[in-house]
Design a protein around this ligand. Structure first.
Ligand code: ATP
Ligand code: MG
Length: 442
């Protein structure tokens, strides 16, 4: 097996070799190269100790982070390459951090501490592929398999449970039976894992091409760190609009949207408020009146717990709050929506609504999609026509109002808002003299 390493990767390996050490590209970059995918980053493993790595690259910018774990960052052409000394992890008493790590002179030691066979291969041009655990075969057959005994490996570091699901989702691989059963039996250990680590794996998983399968097959794993999902499992909807229970609908909707972290997270939680907002009318039909508002609040809480960034939380919860509004292709309604949410969020909302419709029953599907098309094309027309829908676009501002004698900030705000409403409804044209006259009248 021959791989083509980029120039900087060969440069790093060569320099360490010329100084008498061994060095290999390792892990995800080897896996992705064999798959013919461009690796996100290049990691290296070497017999050189951290001080020795620094000495070899003393004329380069290096980063000293994680030196106790043997990792040195090397900056070449503004890109960071991580070079780590061969390592053996010690005991794990908390299923999170090894109590100690010790350096080793053996590549095999280093590869045996890695999580899955497909992630435990090393490569350089001198020795070719080093593959002690048949990772290449598992890559060919599409299998995620622990290096060593799965139950032990998950007990050492429970994040590996979620990483297995992440790789199954992103690579579209199946999980080898003993690894799969260790995932299910060991899932509760995930509650000991730091939110930040869970967050990163979860977002990658949700954007995977097989995320829907993994979410269905391993739902009990997700329930460990998102117990709010449990209420949606097998929750029958009892309305003509749906032919799936809430969780299966949720996962189908997630599959229908592009692999973007905000959009996929929104779909995962868009109906999470349904079980708690469920009512039945006298005809025996179910309703979920407040589910978008309740769901948005629940989602904020979940995403805060998962240590998601503030802006991300705000965007997802806004989309969930609005996901069920019934829009019509009417300019006033659309301009108000654009004014409230802004162009980017409105465009995202339409993707959310379309994915939602396509995961519902066939009842009124044609009408729903036709309406969605009309709403979207009207919106794009309003945007490209430069029509006014927010205060910034109004041909008058706060200082104009100061000039005509309105001095209180609160008055100015209210007046501008009233003028905007009149412009949106078409009662008033968006030009300064007309706006000034109207402001005086108010
Ligand atoms: P990505 O393409 O998303 O970066 P990756 O496989 O490179 O995927 P990283 O998290 O960057 O994943 O980890 C790099 C390598 O380190 C992995 O390929 C694996 O060999 C090893 N590794 C990472 N996390 C663990 C872990 N929790 N337990 C054991 N080995 C791990
Ligand atoms: Mg990586």
């Amino acid at each position: 097996m021959r791989l083509v390493l980029p120039y900087n990767a060969r440069y790093i390996i060569n320099r360490l070799q010329q100084s008498g050490y061994t060095c290999y590209a390792v892990g995800g970059c080897v896996r992705d190269s064999i798959l013919g995918k461009e690796p996100a980053d290049w990691d290296f493993t070497t017999s050189a100790l951290p001080e020795e790595i620094e000495k070899v690259f003393s004329d380069c910018r290096t980063l000293n982070f994680g030196k106790q774990y043997g990792t040195i960052g090397i900056i070449l052409d503004n890109e960071q390459y991580e070079v780590t000394t061969y390592r053996l992890d010690g005991e794990y008493s908390d299923a999170r951090h090894p109590d100690s790590v010790s350096f080793s002179s053996s590549l095999q030691d280093d590869l045996s501490r890695r999580d899955f066979t497909v992630n435990a291969m090393a490569y350089n041009d001198t020795d070719g592929l080093v593959d002690y655990f048949n990772g290449q075969k598992d890559l060919e057959y599409g299998v995620i398999r622990c290096v060593g005994v799965a139950t032990n490996r998950f007990a050492e570091d429970a994040l590996r449970i979620l990483r297995a699901l992440r790789f199954a989702a992103t690579l579209g691989f199946s999980i080898e039976p003993s690894t799969a059963s260790a995932i299910l039996s060991g899932r509760k250990m995930l509650s000991a894992i730091a939110s930040e680590r869970i967050r990163e794996e979860l977002l990658k998983l949700l954007c995977g091409k097989n995320a829907d399968f993994v979410l269905r097959r391993y739902r009990s794993v997700f329930a460990v760190f998102i117990p709010e999902l449990v209420g949606t499992f097998d929750f029958e909807q009892n309305t003509k609009h749906h032919n799936r229970d809430v969780y299966r609908h949720t996962v189908a909707a997630l599959r229908n949207i592009e692999p973007d972290p905000i959009l996929r997270t929104t779909m995962l939680f868009h109906d999470i408020g349904k079980p708690l907002s469920h009512t039945i009318d006298k005809n025996g039909v179910s309703h979920y009146r407040n589910h978008p508002i309740l769901g948005a609040a629940m989602t904020e809480e979940i995403l805060r717990r998962l240590a998601m960034p503030r802006l991300f939380i705000n965007e997802v919860s806004t989309l969930i709050r609005y996901h069920d509004i019934r829009l019509k292709p009417e300019p006033v309604m659309i301009k108000k929506l654009l004014g409230e949410l802004g162009v980017d969020t409105v465009r995202r909302l339409y993707k959310v609504q379309r994915a939602d419709i396509l995961a519902q029953s066939m009842y009124q599907r044609e009408e729903k999609l036709r309406n969605q098309d009309a709403v979207e094309s009207l919106t794009e027309q309003i945007i490209s026509g430069g029509e006014c829908y927010n205060l910034k676009m109004l041909d008058i501002n706060g200082s104009d109002l100061l000039h005509i004698g309105i001095t209180s900030g609160e008055e100015i705000g209210k007046t501008l808002q009233a003028l905007l409403n009149m412009v949106i409804t078409g009662e008033l044209s968006n030009d300064k003299p007309a706006l000034i006259a109207a402001a005086k009248a108010i």
